[in-house]
Every structure is written in C-alpha cells, then in structure tokens.
Design a binder for this molecule. Structure first.
Ligand SMILES: C[S@@+](CC[C@H](N)C(=O)[O-])C[C@H]1O[C@@H](n2cnc3c(N)ncnc32)[C@H](O)[C@@H]1O
Length: 238
C-alpha cells in the first residue's frame, strides 16, 4: 500500500538520481548567472547604423525547438541590415532555418558558410525530435538565395578555420552547448571574424552553464557583452 498515492506519479517522474543531478546543477547555473550578470549590456541601437529595416519571419515549417528564437532571428536580420553584413558564418546549421534567413538578408554578392556535424556523427550524438542527420540544412535548400550558401559537414571541435580566417562580417555561434564547445567555437569565431565584424553567441543563458563558462574563459580580456532583451552574447572585433 502506498502512503501518499496522490504523490506516486511525481515520485516516479523524479527518482532520487534525477533530483540529486538537479541539485548538483544549481550552483553551476547560479555561477553562470553571476558571470552573465557581471557583463556590460549592449543595446541593439549601439550595434547598428539603421533605425529601421525589413525582416522576414521564418516559415512555420522551418521552426523547431532547436531553432534560434524568433526574437533572435529578427535581431540577427537587423544586424545584417544595419551593419551591411556581406559575409556570415554560422556554427550549428541544424535544419537550416536561420541559414535561410541569413542568406536572404545578405546582398546578392554575399556569402553564408554554415557548419554542422556529418550525418553519421549527428545521428550518433544528437537527438532532436523528428529530425535526423540527413535533414541538416534542408530548410534553406529551396530558397532563391540557396546559391549564396556553402554548407560544411565537419565537427566544429576539429574544424580548421585557416582557409576562412578574418573573412566574416558576422559569426553566429550556435553549435554544441557544452563547455568544450564554448571554448573551441569561440576560439574559432575569433579567427573567422573580420576587423570590425560582430560575433553572436546564442543560448548565452545560465541554463547552459558549461557553454557560458567556455565562452567567458575564451573571451577573457575581450569586451564580451550581453545583448539587451535577447539570449545573445555579443562582441565587436576592433
Ligand atoms: C541549436 S542547434 C542550431 C540551430 C540553428 N542555428 C538554427 O537557428 O536553426 C545546434 C546545432 O549544433 C550542432 N552541433 C553540435 N555539436 C557540434 C559539433 N561538435 N560540431 C558541429 N556542429 C555541432 C548540432 O548538430 C545542431 O544542429
């Protein structure tokens, strides 16, 4: 006989191991919150030279739980327009929904390079709902701007940015979400970004404490900011 049958469901959903793991996370999440809270805040208006712009709302069938947030997609397009971004590099293609928006936002002679894991490595390590490694990038393939996109299928942890060094007006870091990705992808972004270019990190939030720690450590001594009203971390290369 169960003593408190009304709580039986809750106990099943929250076994002791899960509760202990959650408790263990708490100080790490708090530390990430302190790191982020200590950073200066950049306003969108300080990062763009335009006060208005035209934007595209991502097609519904390109939206997924893993996609950049709708607000972040709009801010991204404001920055592409206001900073006259011609070249962009995205770490973390996923379904290609944001790749599509970038490609359509850069000018006719612009280019977007986007990087994600090869299909087999994707399927071995990633588990998004209703999506497999062969779907990576699919959402931009039928865009009229698809010709501006170069899709790379490589692990960002072993990616060599040398052929692309210093070439990108905008780098969007939205790949793996662990500490090692924060460190490695930030080091890569710093090599990819052109003088005067901008780097954005998505999910720069306490929940992703390992990612946040990696980014902050790799950005030590540089003017990393958080972008007001968004989940972006932001840096402008002098
Ligand atoms: C949050 S999703 C990216 C969402 C995408 N930027 C968008 O807005 O639609 C993160 C992506 O990073 C990729 N990723 C994770 N670890 C990676 C790695 N080591 N190298 C390359 N890509 C990686 C995942 O496969 C996944 O597609």
């Amino acid at each position: 006989m169960e003593l408190f049958p009304e709580y039986a469901g809750w106990v099943r959903r929250n076994p002791p191991g899960k509760l202990l793991r959650q408790l263990g996370r708490t100080p790490l999440v708090e530390e990430a919150g302190r790191r982020i809270g200590a950073l200066p805040v950049a306003e969108l208006g300080s990062l763009t030279n335009e006060s208005s712009f035209t934007a595209t709302i991502a097609p519904l069938d390109s939206r997924h739980q893993w996609s950049l947030g709708t607000a972040e997609q709009l801010v991204l397009q404001a920055l592409v327009s206001g900073r006259k971004v011609r070249t962009a590099f995205e770490i973390g293609t996923f379904n290609g929904g944001t790749t599509r928006l970038l490609a359509e936002a850069v000018p006719e002679d612009g280019q977007v390079v986007t990087l994600d894991l090869p299909p087999a490595a994707f399927d071995a390590t990633q588990t998004p709902e209703g999506f497999t490694g062969t779907d990576v990038g699919r959402a931009y393939h039928d865009s009229p701007a698809a010709g501006k996109v170069k899709q790379l299928l490589e692990n960002s942890l072993s990616f060599d940015p040398k052929p692309y060094e210093g070439q990108f007006d905008l780098v969007l870091v939205d790949g793996g979400h662990e500490y090692e990705h924060g460190m490695a992808d930030t080091a890569t972004a710093l090599r990819l970004v052109a003088p005067g270019g901008i780097i954005l990190w998505d999910d720069f939030e306490p929940y992703w404490h390992g990612l946040v720690r990696g980014i902050c450590e790799a950005m030590q001594g540089r003017a990393l900011h958080r972008l007001s009203g968004t989940s972006f971390g932001v840096y402008v290369q002098p």
